[in-house]
Design a protein around this ligand. Structure first.
Ligand SMILES: [Zn+2]
Length: 503
């Protein structure tokens, strides 16, 4: 094979060539799909690493008394690992990861289904729609966020969510469920457009509460349940926040989509594991994984009853890389930290919202006791006050994160040396990392011998083969992308370091 052809096949490139040439070629030549699938469900865990899984799994077994559906998946499905690097960075973010899944080619971090030189890519759900399939997006982030958006629209800026909300209307998927009212609401949108009215005019039922969602009976449904992202499961569950669970949204979406004669494609995303890890919030990440597990159970049951459905699961990248550390003599107290997680009845996001901009030591102490069930020392409470009011952050070893959340997390994690009195879970950062992630396939018609370590772009090969689609998006080399980046004084979709957001 000539070098030009190798580049076209995505084999040659520094960062992009993370898989060996032979492995990629073997995957390309020997498709693992044996039979066509009528329906496709892509189940995404945003920002989940193996330690996240371990923490939730131990909690499920030890505290909740039942194993996770994901554990059943890993025991009975076909599993592997996926490399997550983007075109020019070993560390991806959610849009480049979504693009790799949905278009089969590597892109530069920041844009949706688009190359950095402006060449648009065609994402998988757009191809499926051309086949006449129904399309659904279900997520706990804003519904217009990168991971779902990258499956249906092209946009150079993943943060252009007002515009993406209009692109969604034009695309016309049957189901959009998640957060992000502010991108649809005429009272909040900068252009004052009433997207609710425009969606309703095109036949969508509009839901802003769980009750409205359950009552909706149109053939198309737009459900947005919070101003921004859907609040964390730990807050929904213990702080009476009135939003639907990921499982409830998934249960609502499936029968709407399954009514289409040509079949459907659906992305279900547990989006906020990533956000919880950015904020170094163990309880929020764990409960969102457990909520995802209920949704996973819903889709696994659907696949069991509808075997012409292919289910693919995957995590787009690791975030924060939390770890459950050993404790006690020769780690004999290593399980105790898991038990302590059951005291946590709210997220750091929830606590910061309650504390406001001028908290007191007493207020911090009292809120912490009511949400976490244990005491903070006066020094710890003072450190939280200083982080919020004076922007004095702890510890100074944390590699860039999201403050003051990371300080609150760090203060919360300081254990009494004599006993384990905090979950012994730690972070060194609030950023994404480079490691390989979860990948799995559930359903008939997949040749397990062809699955092992894959590149994240291989998900596109799987999906197109399963749906009987023949399509190749244009490939860009890492070198070409770097030249485009170098030629620009400004890269609009890159956040400057000092405005790190939940990305
Ligand atoms: Zn992230």
């Amino acid at each position: 094979m000539k070098r030009r052809e190798l580049i076209k096949a995505g084999v040659v490139a520094g960062v992009a060539g993370a898989l060996t040439a032979q492995a990629q070629q073997a995957q390309a030549n020997q498709p693992p799909i044996l039979t066509r699938a009528r329906n496709l469900i892509f189940f995404a865990y945003d920002g989940m690493g193996w330690e996240d899984y371990a923490i939730a799994q131990f909690y499920a077994r030890r505290v909740l008394g039942k194993p996770m559906a994901l554990e059943r998946f890993l025991s009975t499905g076909i599993n592997g690992l996926q490399n997550t690097n983007s075109l020019t960075s070993f560390v991806t973010e959610s849009s480049a990861a979504s693009n790799a899944w949905s278009t089969g080619v590597k892109t530069v971090n920041g844009g949706l289904a688009i190359h950095v030189d402006g060449r648009k890519l065609t994402p998988i759900f757009a191809l499926a729609k051309q086949q006449g399939k129904a399309v659904g997006l279900v997520t706990t982030s804003t519904v217009t966020h990168a991971t779902p958006a990258g499956f249906i629209v092209s946009n150079p800026d993943r943060n252009a969510e007002e515009q993406i909300a209009e692109q969604y209307l034009e695309f016309g998927a049957e189901v959009y469920l998640g957060g992000g009212q502010r991108f649809f609401d005429p009272a909040v949108r900068r252009d004052r457009k009433d997207l609710y009215a425009e969606y309703a005019a095109k036949g969508y039922a509009i839901a802003r509460t769980p009750a409205e969602m359950e009552a909706a009976n149109a053939s198309k449904l737009l459900g947005v349940f919070s101003t921004s992202h859907v609040p964390y499961e730990v807050d929904r569950r213990f702080q009476n926040v009135n939003v639907p669970s990921l499982a409830a949204m998934t249960r609502k979406a499936l029968p709407i989509l399954a009514g289409k004669r040509e079949g459907f494609v659906l992305q279900v995303e547990s989006a906020r594991i990533d956000h919880a890890n950015h904020l170094n919030d163990a309880a929020a990440a764990m409960w969102d994984i457990l909520a995802a597990d209920e949704a996973l159970e819903v889709v696994m049951n659907f696949v069991d009853q509808n075997p012409d459905t292919l289910l693919i699961i995957g995590s787009d990248h690791v975030c924060g890389a939390p770890a459950l550390y050993g404790a006690g003599s020769v780690y004999r107290a290593g399980s105790v930290g898991i038990d302590l997680l059951k005291n946590e009845k709210g997220s750091i996001e929830f606590m910061l919202g309650r504390l406001g901009s001028q908290p007191t030591v007493e207020g911090v102490t009292e809120l912490y006791r009511s949400v976490k069930g244990t005491a903070l020392s006066p020094e710890q409470a003072q450190a939280v006050v200083a982080a919020i009011t004076q922007r004095v952050f702890l510890p100074d070893t944390v590699v860039r994160g999201i403050q003051p959340a990371n300080t609150l997390s760090w203060v919360m994690r300081q254990t009494d040396a004599a006993q384990v009195n905090r979950p012994n879970i730690g972070w060194n950062s609030g950023q994404h990392t480079a490691g390989p992630t979860l990948f799995g396939v559930y359903g008939r018609g997949v040749n397990s011998a062809r699955i092992g370590l894959i590149d994240n772009t291989f998900n596109f090969t799987l999906m197109t083969r399963a749906l009987g689609i023949r399509f190749q998006n244009p490939v860009m080399s890492e070198q070409e992308a770097l030249e485009v980046l170098r030629s620009r004084a400004e890269v609009p979709w890159n956040h400057p370091d000092d405005t790190l957001a939940l990305a």
